[in-house]
Design a binder for this molecule. Structure first.
Ligand SMILES: Cc1ncc(COP(=O)(O)O)c(C=O)c1O
Length: 498
């Protein structure tokens, strides 16, 4: 069996047979807990709701329990383990100081319904995060209720709808580029609009003539991410914004890729009216994994009245109160959003400061351009404008020559100690490999990642069969990802509990 020579991570991945479950480890009488002796009389509650016997939970010693979960953690790949170049997802290393702040008991143990007079500390954190976010995006006010990027998109579109509704004509269409992130057309449809696709030009940017052709008085607005999903900065962004504003449409910025422009250029200055940011990608909470996120929506002055509320707002006497915007679209989340993700983001912003945030943008672009330069020797780069924080390469040539596809290349990378990149997205590139090395990786790691990708291309020529079965050195090999999405098995029953 071939052994990849270039594994960047020195941490061994645990391979081999299936992990025993806690049930397999269970032995009668073992326990992972200890409680002090009762110092009050024992009472038996004789209630009809009570079961006859305790549930048949596994009985495991603390030592075995900890070993079990530690072993499982070692079988996983995460941002703390190595480079995770999953384009469009910004899976970067997150500084531990952000966890420290979010775990402070004064933040962590707060009840979400506690009144403002008892929660001034966390409200001040939210107000400060809003101030910095607005400064970075060029917006006037923000609401932190939306719990994810896609939720921010829907919120922004509902604000768009409220704006047009108040003018007496809700309109029906929202324009999105053909390379847009999948959540964009989904959010547009969910908000009750028709998604009108505008094609990219030969440079991978919005085709201005095609845009002019689809925009009219029935256009509520346009959704755009810039840098776009090809990793390119829309050079005609001011013209794009002007075309939409000429029909009184609103320009929506999908700010999921904000790390590429932090402190360098602001969506507000490009002409955008509504911006969502993915705090969980850009500001120190890992994306994915199903954990809580935060997709705050920020707007220009004339749209503040529609923001979801209530919003923490400094009152005249210095206290912070909850305030409902005048024509609010209402709540989009229970309580006030995922507050601890906001605390982590604020910690990140303050720890890095203005110059540090600017370096985030510079480093994210530098790393992507370096990686693009290194892998461009082997993989075609269909759009050649200088990339920003990510780029899209193509395995089309490799496929023609060897039968090895983008998916095979991606599945081989974990054998080298790297997470797989995004594949087959955006749809405008055949055999797309979308790579985002992120700002947190060193030049050595970027070089090791490039070396792995080049070596995989070599292996494709010498031994394509080997790559069809990759990865070979991970706890599990090829998974049926379509099956996992379409027929997920989300429940497991212990034999004697059915
Ligand atoms: C460009 C873009 N827009 C929107 C989203 C959606 O964000 P979320 O996954 O938090 O809903 C993403 C996801 O990373 C994205 O890359």
């Amino acid at each position: 069996m071939r052994d990849p020579g270039a594994r960047a991570s020195s941490t061994p991945l645990v391979g081999g047979s299936a992990e025993p479950t806690l049930r397999d480890l269970s032995a009668p009488g073992r326990q992972a807990w200890s409680l002090p002796d009762l110092d009050v009389p024992r009472r038996n509650l004789d209630l009809p709701e009570m079961a006859d016997a305790p549930p048949a939970l596994p009985e495991v010693a603390e030592r075995d329990l900890v070993a079990h979960f530690t072993r499982l953690a070692h079988r996983n790949f995460g941002v703390d383990l190595g480079a995770y170049p999953l384009g469009s997802c910004t899976m970067k290393y997150n500084p531990k100081v952000c966890d420290w702040a979010a775990e402070l008991p004064g933040f962590r143990d707060l009840h979400p319904s506690a009144p403002a007079q008892l929660t001034q500390g966390i409200l001040e954190a939210v107000v400060e995060a809003e101030r910095i976010l607005c400064e970075l995006t060029g917006m006037s006010r923000a609401s932190f209720q939306p719990p994810a990027g896609a939720a921010g998109e829907l919120t922004g579109l509902l604000i768009m709808r409220a704006y047009h509704q108040e003018k007496g004509h809700p309109r029906h269409k929202v324009v999105i580029p053909d390379a847009s992130h999948g959540t964009n057309p989904a959010s547009v449809t969910l908000a009750g609009y028709e998604a009108v696709s505008v094609p990219s030009n030969a440079k991978g940017m919005v085709d201005i003539d095609a845009l002019r052709a689809v925009v009219d008085e029935d256009t509520a607005g346009l959704m755009l991410t810039n840098p776009n999903t090809l990793g390119l900065f829309e050079e005609d962004i001011e013209v794009i914004a002007q075309i939409i504003h000429e029909v009184d449409g609103l320009v929506y910025y999908d700010g999921a890729n904000l790390n590429a422009i932090l402190g360098v250029v602001r969506p507000g200055d490009m002409g955008f009216d509504i911006v969502h940011s993915n705090l969980h990608k850009t500001f120190a909470t890992p994306h994915g994994g199903g954990g809580p996120g935060s997709g705050p929506v920020a707007v220009v002055e004339r749209l503040i009245q529609y923001l979801p509320g209530p919003i923490p707002t400094p009152a005249g006497d210095g206290a912070i109160v909850w305030e409902q915007p005048a024509a609010s679209i209402g709540r989009v989340h229970g309580n006030h959003g995922n507050m601890l993700v906001v605390v982590r983001a604020l910690t990140y912003m303050l720890a890095l400061g203005g110059p540090g945030l600017e370096r985030v943008a510079q480093r994210s672009v530098l790393n992507a351009r370096y990686l693009e330069h290194l892998v461009g020797k082997e993989y075609a780069i269909p759009y050649t404008a200088p990339c920003m924080h990510e780029f899209v390469a193509s395995a089309e040539n490799l496929k023609k020559e060897t039968g090895i596809r983008a998916m095979d290349v991606a599945k081989a990378l974990p054998d080298y100690g790297f997470h797989a990149p995004t594949v087959y997205f955006p749809l405008v590139v055949d055999e797309a490999l979308m790579l985002e090395p992120t700002e947190t990786e060193s030049p050595e790691t970027v070089e090791a990642l490039a070396k792995a990708l080049l070596e995989i291309a070599d292996v494709a020529r010498q031994d394509p069969e080997y790559l069809h079965d990759a990865p070979h050195h991970t706890p599990v090999s090829r998974l049926d990802d379509a099956g996992a999405a379409r027929s997920p098995v989300l429940t497991w029953f212990m034999e004697d509990s059915q």
